[in-house]
Ligand binder design. Sequence first.
Ligand code: FEO
Ligand code: CA
Ligand code: CA
Length: 633
Amino acid sequence: MKDVDLNKISADDWDEMTFPRPDECDFDRVVEAALSRRGFLSGLLAFGSGAAVMGAGLVPGQAAAKEGGRFAFTPIGIQTDNTIHVPEGYEWDVLVRWGDPLFSDAPAFDHATGGDAASADRVFGENTDGMESFVVDGREVIAVNHEYTNRDVNLPHADKGVPTGAEDVEKLQKLQGVAVMEVTRGEGGWQVVQDSPYNRRITHLTPMDIAGPAAGHDLMKTEADPTGTRALGTLNNCGSGRTPWGTYLTCEENFNGYFGSTEEAQDQKPVQLDAGYARYGIGTDGWGYDYHKWDARFDVSKNPHEPHRAGWVVEIDPAKPDSTPVKHTGLGRFKHENAEVVLAPDGRVVVYMGDDERGEFLYRFVSNGSYTPGGPTEGLLDDGTLYVAKFHEDGTGEWLALTPETTGMDSLAEVLIFARKAGSAVGATTMDRPEWIAANPHAVEAYCCLTNNKNRGVKPNAGGDETPVNGPNPRETNKYGQIVRWRPADDDHAADTFEWDLYVMAGNPEVYDNVYGGSENVTAGNMFNSPDGMAFDSAGLVWIQTDGDDSNEGEFEGMGNNQMLVGDPVSGEIARFLTGPKGSEVTGLTWSADRRTMFVGIQHPDAPFPDGEGKLPRSSIVAVWRKDGAPVG
Ligand code: FEO
Ligand code: CA
Ligand code: CA
């Protein structure tokens, strides 16, 4: 492990190095090449009578209908260069990039060092991800995540970016988390309003409250917080969500990588704590952040409960810059992607959430209380029931409640803290890495990107659950990913059963003439891999962002750089709208209040985007608009 450059491997691969899975499962493996592409589709991808309502999105032939479709642009081709491309008639510009001052007391960005620790929480953080826009007192405010740091870029003096002291750690801790910032469109285009009273940075050091059934439980208590109700920092903020009452939800994903142990003896390995360390990938070494060597809070040999205080969904009020963020334990602890909030017909709050790791689960929370506009919101993200999805092969599925009774676990607090264990206990369906979930505003249905899973049909998940191919995860060693969608019974997101189908299976029809060629709405002209970010626009079109293999070679030839596409839920049609710079992931999407601008996140470009040769690559949010000023979603 010591020879591995931790800057270059994925979170899942790192987890599997720390806690190796068995090489083989007992279950029968599927010989996927025996299945023809068309035969596979006609046999599996039917939404039954739903086709009449939702559109037979995958019926051969329909997807080819580009002319007269609902897209207001001519799709673009792939790109392999270092900049952004959008269709003819559209333009883009940078709104903000890593290191840009949010406050005038911060220095301008320093391309030699990436900035210093003192000002790291006064600037736009690194690696933009999920974001949502709000109108507060007539001003436009964007809340946006800073998922992680490229340590080798941020700590140029350090070998492979591994911190050399407490100041290095402080810089990294301050560059991640969340930014809240006012934006406005002036003569020079969209810009951040420096020193706006709404501007705020929330980091790995910011005090936050812990609410819900696990708050105050012994497993949440630490020496510094004997109440178990007050944590510091929000970690690895990936996807986002928004509540009907105007708050921002930031979702903690690969939080495990920040923890390690200064106790090196193998027999002291913290997995002995039976605290779910192995299931959550919490090891002794850390993922190169080395926080544990310089900040004892992250040293599990000293603070074994601290990791329990991460892996949650956190609520932030963008209208109240002095408010304390709240970790909502009712929503469960896992590697959260995003949190898609919808209301059931009776006003109960339903939150859909994915756990992004190979073979982990899809979750849903349903509140006990109901939301009424302007009414109290206390408890609506904590008092309720957490469920996990079980998909059946016949196109139906059900939500299984996670309670002490259904799981055999000792308390609701433990069910929530170790939600993965609870999901395994009830037999949840192992998924191909659930990323973003998005609900269609024009139909009672939700979509989830299942980004890829090379372990499908090969290895069990971290809990030892076998991962044979199954309905919504139908391909062994799934390199390309798919999008599953479901319609709840009775048009009620709080209903306990649903019907599902696959909206799209990504693939490469130029390379494969079988299931790896993708579903019928994937063509040589729109192909992509690893769907990740996703959001519906006001017209009911679904925007899909990718975080995949951009080598443009071999099985990925013809796919080019990561990209953003838009799909029609009814026709199944998918068209490429934007391509990102080489090495980047396109992630995070929101709109201006007048819907005439979309804001798109560009994360971890490895080329010198956007400042050009000789400059550091900088994760950025870009604004995209139509030249004729018409709405863009
Ligand atoms: Fe941070 Fe699963 O993406
Ligand atoms: Ca993601
Ligand atoms: Ca991803």
